[in-house]
Design a protein around this ligand. Structure first.
Ligand code: ATP
Length: 198
């Protein structure tokens, strides 16, 4: 059975914790492929995102050298808000026999009950959650209902206190990005003058 990982996000910009999560998942879950899927219109983020072509280009640079990882642009091509359940339904009809693994950080896991058709998401994919040391834990932890317990799991990876919000602030305030983003991504940001204002 083909094992397909799915990792969605704004990737505004992609950073070191995103790549650590992808590396951990590739190894631990024995994935045949992992699809990194930048969101089109993020209904759940308060601020407007950078244009999709920039986020896609940076995501391609960030994951260029990882075998088995591909950047999938389907959500940026879709009209309207990006719902994970739509993406999973599409992948399920493309690969009816595959096992789908949906990867996310703790902040997204806590928000899961607000996602469209979250129960169906748990039927379509096994969710693996990475801890997030940096994150303000105002929302309660998501506890999967009994029927879905075996489909909601933890991904083992070190806590990395990195966020795209912090990176954007660092750029706007001329602080170093060392070890936070790939060189190629840092060059892209510089070249296109992204995130110049906080
Ligand atoms: P922002 O700060 O703009 O909200 P972000 O750093 O959370 O962005 P996203 O692109 O929104 O980055 O995240 C994509 C996915 O990566 C989400 O599931 C998120 O939980 C996860 N993620 C981001 N940073 C980390 C981290 N430091 N540790 C674990 N997971 C993370």
């Amino acid at each position: 059975m083909r094992r397909i990982g799915i990792f969605g996000g704004a990737f505004d910009p992609p950073h070191a914790a995103h790549s650590a999560l992808v590396r951990a998942a590739m190894g631990d879950l024995k994935l045949d492929e992992l699809r990194v899927i930048p969101t089109g219109y993020a209904w759940h983020k308060a601020r407007p995102l950078s244009p999709p072509q920039h986020r896609l280009a940076m995501t391609r640079l960030a994951f260029a050298d990882m075998p088995g990882v591909l950047v999938d642009d389907r959500e940026t091509r879709r009209e309207g808000p990006s719902y994970t359940v739509d993406t999973l339904r599409e992948l399920r009809s493309q690969w009816p026999d595959a096992e789908l693994f949906l990867l996310m950080g703790e902040d997204q896991a806590r928000a899961l009950p607000s996602w469209r058709a979250w129960q169906e998401i748990l039927q379509l994919a096994i969710i693996y959650v990475a801890d997030r040391g940096d994150w303000n834990k105002s929302k309660p932890r998501f506890v999967a209902p009994k029927v879905y317990e075996s489909r909601f799991k933890r991904l083992q990876m070190p806590h990395l206190p990195v966020s795209a919000t912090d990176i954007r602030t660092r750029i706007a305030t001329h602080q170093s990005l060392e070890d936070l983003v790939f060189e190629s991504v840092a060059r892209y940001i510089d070249h296109h003058h992204l995130y110049q204002t906080a």
